[in-house]
Design a protein around this ligand. Structure first.
Ligand code: PGA
Ligand code: ZN
Length: 420
């Protein structure tokens, strides 16, 4: 089935900011779409976005950029067979070379995968799996083994997602010991509900408001107090044995270039003091996951961290690796043993799969992730299922732009069980 039209539209993301939606129409008039997410704590090496520029809110607009894209690039897709996903991804690659923003290419990529899967007559996750196999002559981990991605969910927010300076960004729970994705997610919801009631009782209703990724921001400025609170809530609903904890420190946000050290919640720290803090947390709490523990440019810090904790924790790169196969090759197993996969950091699904391949080659923990500014697009869930990832990080089980992704995973792993 040929592509009849592709068009970029300016739409709204979950943070009330403009973003790009690509709508693709095939010859029989069916339409498919993809929306670009946007980060707040971005890695420096992420592909650039194209926005209109100017001052204030205007700088975030994409209206003019969409018009330009529709004139110059959209016509290239007209008449191409929608099934030819690799050829179409090749067009996106050329666009990136010509400095088209990753927000445009990634929205295109999601729309193209959805259209191609429908034309071929398979679910989107299946096409992701097949594309990986075609690209590398290698299969992703089998689903029929009973393996499924464990939800890695954000319950307490800090840092830039909660408007707090020099802070750890995300306090996470891994729903580890479960037999199905839906059971894990229902316990996650129970925890979220319980936490909300407890916060309301202890601190007042205003603290039950949710941060960007659906986590709570209770008035606690100490990481231990936050982790204790999560564990207390989990224990009160009887799930403490089934969960472990994680942190996304987003340490680039509290790295202090001047002193070549860190300032965490008002306290100055050297890199070795920060590593000591993590060691202490790892020996006190059931902590298994530490993302961006050091700033992206602090390689010395990463080396220290790896030396101290790589046997005990998943040390995961996000800003450090930006879904770039080359960076994953470079740092995999020497500085990190896990990696965040965010397709909009690198611009296309094909490039994302190259990053996944590099991580698999090194036996790393693979974690597809949303962005703090996101939308009702659930393509990342299909990507996670297509590579049968170890963990998925889509935020709290609250707010529609997060739940659509978890709900899509439930659909894939529960309804399509027999096809696996
Ligand atoms: P971002 O944060 O989407 O705001 O970059 C998410 C993360 O750091 O994992
Ligand atoms: Zn992160």
């Amino acid at each position: 089935m040929k592509i009849a039209e592709l068009r970029a539209l300016e739409v709204i993301d979950s943070r009330a900011r403009p973003t790009v939606r690509i709508v693709l129409r095939i010859e029989n008039n069916q339409t498919f779409w993809g929306v670009a997410p946007a980060g707040a704590s971005k890695g420096k090496r992420e592909v650039k976005e194209t926005r209109d520029g100017g001052k204030g809110f205007s700088a975030l607009r994409v209206k003019n950029s969409c018009e330009e894209f529709n004139k110059k690039y959209a016509p290239l897709f007209k008449g191409v067979d929608a099934e030819e996903i690799q050829r179409l991804e090749g067009l996106l690659e050329k666009m990136l070379e010509e400095d088209v923003g990753g927000n445009f290419t990634i929205a295109c990529s999601a729309a193209l995968f959805k259209a191609a899967a429908s034309c071929i007559g398979v679910p989107v996750w299946h096409l992701v799996q097949k594309t990986f196999a075609d690209m590398f002559d290698e299969l992703t981990p089998a689903k029929n083994s009973g393996r499924f991605p464990r939800p890695l969910m954000n319950f307490i927010n800090g840092g830039v997602h909660a408007g707090i300076e020099n802070d750890l960004q995300e306090h996470l729970v891994i729903f580890k010991r479960y037999n199905s994705i839906s059971e894990a997610l229902m316990d996650a919801c129970m925890l979220h509900n319980h936490m909300k009631n407890k916060i309301k009782e202890s601190f007042g209703r205003e603290y039950t408001l949710l941060a960007d990724e659906g986590g709570f921001v209770p008035p606690m400025k100490d990481v231990r107090e936050r982790l204790d609170f999560i564990l207390e809530c989990a224990s009160e609903i009887g799930i403490e044995e089934k969960i472990v904890l994680g942190l996304d420190c987003a340490a680039s946000q509290f790295y202090d270039k001047k002193s070549d050290g860190y300032v965490l919640l008002g306290k100055k720290m050297s890199r070795s003091e920060l590593v000591e803090l993590y060691e202490d947390l790892a020996s006190t709490y059931p902590l298994e996951y530490l993302e961006d523990g050091m700033a992206e440019d602090d390689l010395e810090g990463w080396r220290m961290l790896h030396g101290a904790l790589s046997k005990k924790l998943s040390l995961v790169g996000d800003d450090l690796t930006t879904t770039d196969a080359e960076m994953i090759e470079k740092y995999g197993k020497t500085l990190i043993n896990g990696v965040i996969i965010k397709p909009n950091q690198i611009g296309t699904t094909t490039r994302t799969l190259k990053a996944v391949k590099a991580a698999m080659g090194k036996g790393m923990v693979i974690v597809p992730s949303h962005r703090s500014g996101d939308s009702e697009d659930s393509f990342i869930a299909d990507l996670a299922a297509g590579i049968n990832a170890d963990l998925v990080k889509f935020g709290a089980p609250a707010r529609g732009e997060r739940t659509c992704k978890y709900n899509r995973l439930i659909e894939i792993y529960e309804m399509e069980k027999e096809k696996r």
